[in-house]
Design a protein around this ligand. Structure first.
Ligand code: SAM
Length: 285
């Protein structure tokens, strides 16, 4: 049975080890058992699964994961948490804690060694200062992935889920939706954490597509196009892309938009993923 996940036991562990929160590592520990149970349910972990946890903190969610998964690999950057994790996870023999920076870990190698290269599940209450690099790193490095179930800032969860025509729509929405089906499964208020974050949070599940919903000649070119379109958000697509150093001229872009029945003054934020894919296939030579 998990022993953590409520304020009393969390405070007891923090006091026992005289632990000081490090702001720079985005440390907000979960103290709500309902949210922990919800995350476990939505991530659909079974005893067949290898789970990668990013940032176990004092091991609260790790205990829940260890109960439900076959094996858990938890990557924690803060060396002061390692002795605490040794203690709070001592009842579990299916957890490996790595004292590393997740952005420098070779996750494919872990999947290869511990899961015979089969898709793994990622579950985490993410450190918010590196949410986007973590997600993009997981997708772009082509780690074998089944799903990613993560706590993120509410606003970032919204950005991953929306389509064109909203202010939150951008490069992150398109990148996530190219690789996975996003679904917000819970909204989580600040009082579920210790210390309380300044912003609201949400749990979002990203279920990896076997094949992306659109097909492109060159993935890297699609993403270069998307990034360039949103870097210059207020410019029309024609001006934004012509100045982006991609080697495409205004004439080529205007011609491509015409072929797609789009106005020459259209902005990137109006295009769907399908339209970006079509544009990239026309412009990629
Ligand atoms: N999972 C715990 C929980 O839910 O109570 C802690 C979540 S806390 C929001 C984020 C955790 O990520 C912290 O323990 C922090 O030290 C760790 N962390 C921050 N940056 C990291 C990085 N680059 N690599 C690995 N862990 C990191």
């Amino acid at each position: 049975m998990p022993t953590l996940g409520n304020p009393t036991n969390t405070i007891a562990v923090l006091q026992k080890y005289n632990f000081n929160f490090q702001k720079k590592y985005g440390q907000n520990f979960l103290i709500d058992t309902h949210i922990l149970e919800k995350i476990i349910k939505e991530s659909a972990i079974t005893k067949d699964d290898l789970v990668l946890e990013i940032g176990p903190g004092i091991g609260t969610m790790t205990q829940y994961l260890a109960e439900n998964a076959r094996e858990v690999v938890a990557v924690e950057i803060d060396k002061n948490l390692i002795p605490i994790l040794r203690d709070t996870l001592s009842a579990y023999d299916n957890v490996t804690v790595l004292n590393e920076d997740i952005l420098k870990v070779n996750i494919s190698k872990i999947a290869e060694e511990k899961n015979q290269g089969k898709p793994i599940k990622v579950v985490a209450n993410l450190p918010y200062y590196i949410t986007t690099p973590i997600i993009m790193g997981l997708f772009e490095s082509h780690v074998p992935l089944d799903s990613i179930t993560i706590m993120v800032q509410k606003e970032v969860a919204d950005r991953m889920q929306v389509g064109p025509g909203t202010k939150d729509y951008g490069a992150l929405s398109l990148a996530v939706q190219y690789y996975a089906k996003p679904e917000i499964v819970a909204n989580v208020p600040p009082n579920c954490f210790m210390p309380k974050p300044k912003v609201g949070s949400a749990v979002i599940k990203l279920s990896r597509y076997e094949n992306p919903p659109v097909s492109v000649k060159k993935e890297a070119f699609l993403f270069a196009l998307i990034r360039a379109s949103f870097n210059q958000r207020r410019k029309t697509l024609v001006n934004g892309l012509a100045n982006a150093g991609l080697g495409i001229t205004k004439e080529q872009i205007t011609e491509a938009l015409e072929k797609m029945n789009l106005s020459p003054s259209v902005r990137g934020e109006a295009l769907t993923l399908e339209q970006f894919a079509e544009l990239s296939n026309i412009l990629y030579l």
